[in-house]
Design a protein around this ligand. Structure first.
Ligand code: EPU
Length: 344
């Protein structure tokens, strides 16, 4: 029988350490509990018309203050199952509640190639397809085979294949048209038995050049990624944060050309013939905001893309700071930044 708790404090479920209370809260540790949970939630009057919110690691979300009128489901479904193996690859089906980095560590130890560059990203396996997590030249979409879901509308389990997930940069069907429709219960990844290659990313290449390593092992690649991440991203247990707070904007070449007049040294990244990616961190830093404190919220001094909650910030403090940064960057560069984490 599932226990539905009331008025659960949110802060401990948020790596940014903000938020009020969830009106209702339940932990799901076995996918078979979902149908009976829905039977209760939809049939008992007091839960009627209260939206369900699925919580993973709480590392990419900004929670509001006060009582959030939702039934939060904390997904703790754990499993790890090899479902298919050939001489070239292995398909592994993993429970949505598994810690993402524990899963990466395990596959690196098994010498499987594919997600090593995604080492040390906080959060859960179930969250990985939602925002198509990406880092150091890899995106998780390139390894996902299918996503197992509980379809809330039909109240049955189903599978969504990679091609139907509509993956994009930090984007998928789960953030858009399918939002609120599914609960992700497991994800199947295809990982390769091939030799690892150095992630195509300037900082990683430089790390191995400095170490004079030409063909690193998979664990050396994982170690490099962890080292580089630690340099640029604050540990949420020490400095509460939600990772990158803004998306890297993709703009028309002409917009970037205009910036280059004043900043000829700036390094931007072509996306296609007409578009170029301008790092949000660069824009914020060159607006003079790196390390700047906005009361209880600061722009991280080693990486301007990260906002840190330095003194029990409220939701409003975060949003005010966000808006101020967006405005200053817009005034200076005529580019409007977009928030990266979700808001609830
Ligand atoms: N930059 C600056 N100043 C800063 C920060 C960055 O000039 O304060 C410049 C860097 O010098 C570099 C460029 O911006 O030329 C890109 O920086 P970096 O390689 O550190 O990556 P990022 O664009 O800041 C993205 C992801 C990260 C991911 C890294 C590594 C987004 C929104 N962020 O950051 O993802 O770890 O690349 O691949 O795409 C996250 O999503 O939470 C996250 C941490």
């Amino acid at each position: 029988m599932i226990k539905i708790e009331e008025y659960m404090d949110i802060k401990d479920y948020s790596t940014l350490k903000i938020g009020g209370q969830f009106r209702y809260f339940a932990v799901i540790s076995n996918k078979e509990e979902l149908p009976s949970f829905y039977a209760i939630a939809y049939d008992e009057r007091k839960y009627k018309n209260i939206p369900i919110f699925v919580l993973g690691g709480g590392s990419n979300i900004v929670f509001s203050d006060g009582v959030l009128k939702v039934i939060t489901l904390k997904i703790e479904i754990k499993s790890f199952e090899i479902i298919n193996e050939t001489s070239e690859y292995i398909d592994i089906k993993v429970g949505a509640g598994e810690n993402w980095d524990n899963f990466v560590r395990k596959t690196v130890n098994m010498n499987l190639v594919g997600i090593e560059a995604l080492s040390f990203i906080p959060g859960t396996v179930g969250a990985s397809p939602v925002q198509n997590i990406g880092a150091y030249g890899s995106e998780v979409k390139d390894t996902i085979q299918e996503v197992e879901v509980f379809d809330i509308e039909k109240r049955e389990f189903s599978k969504i294949y990679n091609k139907d997930c509509k993956f994009g940069y930090r984007d998928s069907i789960f953030k858009n048209e399918a939002k609120g429709r599914y609960i992700i219960t497991a994800v199947t990844y295809r990982l390769n038995k091939s030799l690892p290659t150095i992630p195509k990313y300037p900082g990683v290449a430089k790390y191995f050049e400095d170490m004079e390593i030409v063909s690193p092992t998979l664990s050396q690649i994982r170690d490099a990624i962890i080292y580089i991440r630690k340099e640029k991203l604050p540990d949420p247990r020490v400095s509460p944060n939600a990772g990158s707070f803004f998306k890297n904007p993709i703009v028309l070449n002409a917009v970037a050309d205009k910036i280059k007049i004043d900043f000829p040294e700036a390094k931007f990244f072509p996306v296609d013939e007409n578009h170029i990616k301008v790092p949000a961190g660069w824009l914020i830093e060159n607006s003079g905001l790196k390390g700047k404190s906005f009361g209880s919220v600061s722009v991280y001094d080693k990486n301007a893309l990260v906002l840190v909650n330095t003194a029990n910030a409220t939701f409003e403090d975060i949003i005010k700071t966000r808006n101020e940064i967006i405005k200053i960057v817009k005034d200076k560069f005529d580019i409007e930044l977009q928030q990266e984490p979700e808001i609830l």
